[in-house]
Design a protein around this ligand. Sequence first.
Ligand SMILES: [Zn+2]
Length: 126
Amino acid sequence: MIDRKKKDIINTLVPISIFYKTRVGKNIRCPDVSAHKHGDKSPSAHIYENKIFCFKCRRYFNVSDIAVYNHISLDKLYEKLVEKYGSNLEIEYLKRREEPEEEIKIEVKKENKSFIDFTKEYFNSL
Ligand SMILES: [Zn+2]
């Protein structure tokens, strides 16, 4: 079971671009498709830098929520951050928190990649 602090670190340091091949400002299907009658066929969720807002559900989803809806382990995500930042993890986290206006680079991914490819790619790149 992952604690609140670890979740916050994940939400701060893992980019939302590991899940979606689209950019900030675009609309995508709601992470919680089960909350929508037809699986949210016409996308109702809007991508912000580190979260998604669904206009129909009226809910925000951050990186850890999206991971949970897609059966991606938060413990694994956290471990990957530990591998990437090592003893600087806390420092990187605090630094990012202090600069929330800092633009987080979102890369436009190749269209033929599936959601899971991309997530794998992120894990491998760490
Ligand atoms: Zn929704």
